[in-house]
Design a protein around this ligand. Structure first.
Ligand code: ZN
Length: 114
């Protein structure tokens, strides 16, 4: 499952930053995940619960900010945001010439340590 490897790398990065800052426990991790990133947030949370045991993140809560897919269309010039995970054409004019600006995010926004 893709989400397990994502959860593992999130945990790795978080643990490294936590130790580097001189702390021994991660209390929470806030993630930004775009709907078009291919990551299922439920599966990611589930995976994290399983892998955090016996790590410095054992008591950590994961908070996920889901970012909708948004872009700008070269045809009609409008910026759009959609509830869909994928965009095949501009929702405003149906044009195929658009740029996706948001929705592919997969990053740690911040974390609380102690
Ligand atoms: Zn358009």
């Amino acid at each position: 499952m893709h989400e397990v490897s994502v959860a593992l790398s999130v945990l790795d990065i978080a643990a490294e930053n936590c130790k580097k800052a001189g702390y021994g426990r991660i209390d929470s991790i806030r993630l930004k995940i775009g709907r078009a990133s291919g990551v299922m947030t439920d599966a990611l949370l589930f995976a994290f619960e399983a892998i955090k045991i016996d790590t410095i993140a054992a008591g950590a809560i994961v908070i996920i900010d889901e970012i909708p897919v948004g872009g700008s269309c070269a045809g009609c010039g409008k910026d759009f945001v959609t509830e869909e995970a994928y965009v095949f054409c501009c929702p405003e004019c149906g044009g195929l010439s658009f740029k996706v600006n948001t929705g592919r995010e997969l990053e740690i926004i911040d974390m609380e340590v102690s």
